[in-house]
Design a protein around this ligand. Structure first.
Ligand code: PLP
Length: 379
């Protein structure tokens, strides 16, 4: 086993930021309390949750009262899709490259998908053509988790307002939050999903922003926390850690994005040069998240490649990390028109706030070496 670990799977999860850990520790020890209670211990917990709410509001550009804390991005997406559908049944549409946390609830309520182009950008003409009276929700992610393509949310909102003024717009900003200023990117969206562990907060916490006036009904019934929209006792430590990570995003995002973008570009250029036939997938680099690099490598199978990379200390992935490690054909690549044969050799290298030049150097050595070994075997 190599001494050094090279973690290039930040789109799956990114390490806990020290500031988040420090902020959480008291809430795993001497500080406790149920934020829904009335006494001083409860009030202190509620104050901590409300301070975190203010931070989420600043990050998204919304009112603190619009923030509904959830158990993560998956729950936020489910609440958005199923909650709007429950409040106002009608036609639901989403892009074909959404995360399963959107795709499956949309399918569950009988919704349909809108195609994307070869960059992974939603087809606005197709969206226009499929909208009309009767549509109640359109969901298009701010940025994709596999290939990193950033969507034109303002243009999506414009089409929806024109063609289906009564419909709500939801955007899954889980991957975009660490990299892009959301107040600009998602300004027109009525609902915005966030996840803590993609920004350096703990796993198992997130939020759905529900702007005032958006029709939404709770999915889980219970104690009526979070304005009756998300019942269940708050994960105070998680919420506090999430907010601490978001503060770091606010303080460091632009510098981190510039630094990581340069590392990503060097990695992409180096791999395309070193691996014969390697093709960078998706939008041109400036249309993708700074940390996102997705390649299709002909003549290798993702699963074997990831195995060899792991042996070499390089933690990468092929598509999203949600399925039980099993490699399935990527619906994102299929929707972008990537031929199945090419998609078999998919490799996602996602960089993040802890990525260093040494990680890039080691990846630049390990990937060509692993591909060469696999090609030797298959010839
Ligand atoms: N949406 C996107 C775009 C994601 O990348 C993920 C995580 O993989 C999720 C939703 C789910 O978020 P969580 O892991 O917090 O449930």
């Amino acid at each position: 086993m190599p001494d050094e670990l090279t973690y290039v799977d930040h789109a799956a999860t990114t390490p806990l930021r020290p500031e988040a850990r420090t902020a959480m520790l008291p809430w795993l020890g001497e500080r406790f309390g149920n934020p829904s209670g009335a006494h001083r211990v409860a009030r202190a917990a509620r104050q901590a949750v409300d301070e975190a709410r203010d931070v989420v509001a600043e990050v998204v550009g919304c009112r603190p009262g619009d923030v509904v804390f959830t158990s993560g991005g998956t729950e936020a997406d489910n609440l958005a899709v199923r909650g709007v559908h429950a409040a106002r049944p009608g036609r639901v549409l989403c892009s074909a490259v959404e995360h399963e946390a959107v795709l499956q609830p949309v399918a569950h309520v009988g919704g349909t998908t809108v195609p994307v182009d070869e960059r992974g950008v939603v087809d606005l003409e197709a969206l226009d053509a499929s909208l009309g009276a009767g549509a109640t929700l359109v969901s298009v992610m701010a940025a994709n988790n596999e290939v990193g393509t950033v969507q034109p949310i303002d243009a999506v909102v414009e089409v929806v307002r024109r063609r289906a003024p009564a419909a709500a717009v939801h955007t899954d900003a889980v991957q975009a939050t660490a990299w892009l200023p959301l107040p600009e990117l998602v300004a027109g969206a009525d609902l915005v999903s966030l996840s803590s562990h993609k920004v350096g907060g703990p796993q198992g916490v997130g939020a759905l922003v529900v702007r005032q006036g958006t029709p939404l009904r709770a999915v889980a019934l219970g104690g009526g926390q979070e304005r009756e929209l998300r019942s269940g006792t708050h994960d105070v430590a998680g919420i506090v850690g999430f907010a601490a990570a978001l503060r770091q995003v606010l303080a460091t995002r632009d510098a981190t994005a510039a630094r990581v973008r340069a590392l990503r570009d060097r990695l992409a250029d180096g791999l395309v040069a070193a691996v014969p036939g390697a093709v960078e997938t998706g939008a041109p680099r400036d249309g993708r998240l700074p940390g996102a690099l997705h390649l299709c490598l002909p003549g290798v199978e993702s699963e074997s490649l990831l195995f060899l990379l792991d042996e070499d200390g390089v933690c990468a992935s092929a598509a999203s990390a949600c399925a039980s490690g099993a490699q399935q054909a990527s619906h994102v690549l299929a929707a972008m028109g990537v031929p199945a044969e090419q998609a078999r050799g998919a490799l996602r290298l996602s960089l993040g706030w802890t990525t260093t030049a040494a990680d890039v150097d080691r990846s630049l050595r390990a990937v060509p070496r692993a591909v060469a070994r696999l090609r030797e075997v298959t010839v």
